[in-house]
Design a protein around this ligand. Structure first.
Ligand SMILES: Nc1ncnc2c1ncn2[C@@H]1O[C@H](COP(=O)(O)OP(=O)(O)OP(=O)(O)O)[C@@H](O)[C@H]1O
Ligand SMILES: [Mg+2]
Length: 440
């Protein structure tokens, strides 16, 4: 039979006591001992009791969890040592302090009890002041330990949070330092390259028209050649010059060289245009309240003819108010993302454009069913000049430009990707940027 002193074991939720007083579990096979201890401890503590070791172990893992156990050493069946070993081997109970209780004339081995992890001893017959003093001091110790450990947990949590924040801040700083460095560098490069590119482009256009004139003249010579049949010497001279310079090849190849140079220059011009975005990092002018959906439609139209043969497009537009942004810059970001998505689809696949809003932000998500991005590559995506495309195919500027543009808009760009399944880039823009005027 077991005795429960007042107040009774509560049916509180696991691990807590409805009574906020510390909980003491008394284990003794003697009913009178139990009654005495319950009586003196019940004034200050919530008291639980067990008359056997087995029952003590059951109560110890239940709720409320004891803050201290008074454990009789000599009991029929399970001894106090066995109970203590059981408590120490159970994760939920291994940290509950245990005071052994034993008769003065008992031959029990106190050292063994302390070795097993008991924190103190009380000898019988019990004297109320001694029992109370010993129990109080252990309960106070336990409460201090609990406070320390919860403060410790809190501090560890705070430390981990701060560390993560610091790491995020550092990587943001690194990214903006890189952008700033590329900005400075590109301002110089753009200036240096623009002038020669300008005159070579214009020279090539002039050269192409000169070449047409030369061809006309050549045609006239060839007519003359037919007429000069009679003058054998003159004819032979013209024929040998023609053979020497392989005029048929020159006709063909010169035009090709000019076209190829013009194409190369167009590519350089495109890179210079991209680089300009870095050198104009503060250029956030021309922002206006914009209908993002019509910008999206216009951007899709621009690339559609190039990608329609291997991509289907799904539009899943939500409700969006007008957003305060620079529409051509946002369109440029969307264009880069759609082109990347199409380039990531090797055969046939789908691109989905989804829009919507949360309380304070609008989003545009561009998802593809392409190759996906390996986890080790994800952290490098927004680095200037990072590309996995072959030389001449990609400059690796698309995403870093997008990152810069979104930052200047007080927004952000996020990526999630599953390899061999696809990738989603999400653009976030504030519904009400701090420096926006009121919506018209
Ligand atoms: N949707 C996507 N799916 C898979 N990989 C992608 C996707 N978008 C970007 N990437 C990867 O990110 C890299 C960087 O993209 P980014 O747009 O910055 O440069 P790029 O496309 O290589 O060249 P650029 O855009 O300058 O022509 C790409 O080379 C590619 O490896
Ligand atoms: Mg790209």
């Amino acid at each position: 039979m077991e005795i429960h002193a007042q107040p009774q074991v509560s049916s509180a939720t696991a691990g807590t006591s409805a009574d906020s007083r510390p909980v003491v579990l008394i284990v003794d096979d003697s009913k009178s001992n139990l009654a005495f201890l319950c009586h003196i401890l019940g004034q200050e503590y919530e008291v639980l009791s067990a008359q056997s070791g087995e029952r003590a172990l059951e109560i110890a893992v239940g709720a409320p969890k004891p803050d201290l156990i008074l454990l009789d050493v000599v009991m029929p069946g399970m001894s106090g040592y066995d109970v203590l070993t059981g408590l120490r081997n159970t994760p939920e109970t291994c940290d509950i302090p245990v005071i052994f209780t034993t008769g003065l004339d008992s031959t029990v081995d106190e050292e063994k009890g302390l070795e097993l992890g008991a924190v103190d001893y009380i000898t019988k017959p019990y004297r109320a002041p001694i029992v109370l003093a010993r129990v109080r001091s252990q309960i106070e110790l336990k409460q201090s330990r609990d406070r320390l450990s919860s403060q410790n947990n809190y501090l560890e949590g705070e430390l981990a949070k701060r560390l993560q924040e610091a790491q995020q801040a550092q990587s943001r700083l690194l990214q903006s330092e890189k952008l700033a460095a590329v900005g400075q560098l590109s301002a110089g490069i753009v200036h240096e390259i623009n002038t020669p590119v300008g005159f070579v482009t214009s020279n090539l256009t002039t050269l192409a028209s000169y070449w047409q004139d030369i061809l006309k003249l050549l045609d006239a010579y060839e007519t003359l050649e037919a007429l000069a049949m009679a003058d054998a010497a003159a004819l032979n001279r013209i024929r040998s010059i023609k053979q020497e310079c392989d005029i048929a090849f020159l006709r063909d190849d010169t035009a090709k060289l000019i076209a190829e140079s013009q194409d190369g220059l167009a590519r350089v011009t495109a890179i210079v245009r991209d680089l300009k975005n870095f050198s104009r990092a503060e250029d956030i002018d021309n922002r206006q309240w914009t209908d993002l959906h019509s910008g999206l439609d216009a951007t899709v139209n621009i690339v559609w003819s190039e990608i329609k043969y291997h991509c289907t497009l799904r539009k899943d537009y939500g409700e969006l108010p007008k957003i305060y942004c620079n529409p051509s810059q946002i369109n440029q970001v969307v264009l880069n993302l759609i082109v990347n998505a199409a380039q990531a689809i090797p055969d046939k696949g789908e691109i989905t454009i989804r829009t919507g809003q949360t309380d304070s932000k609008a989003f545009i998500a561009i998802a593809d069913t392409g190759t996906g991005i390996p986890a080790e590559t994800l952290p490098r995506l927004f680095e200037p000049f990072f590309t996995t495309k072959p030389v001449g195919k990609g400059t690796g500027l698309g995403l870093s430009i997008a990152y810069g543009i979104m930052q200047r808009h007080q927004g952000s760009i996020e990526v999630s990707s599953i390899q061999d399944k696809g990738t989603t880039f999400t653009l976030w823009l504030p519904l009400k940027p701090a420096d926006a005027g009121t919506m018209p």
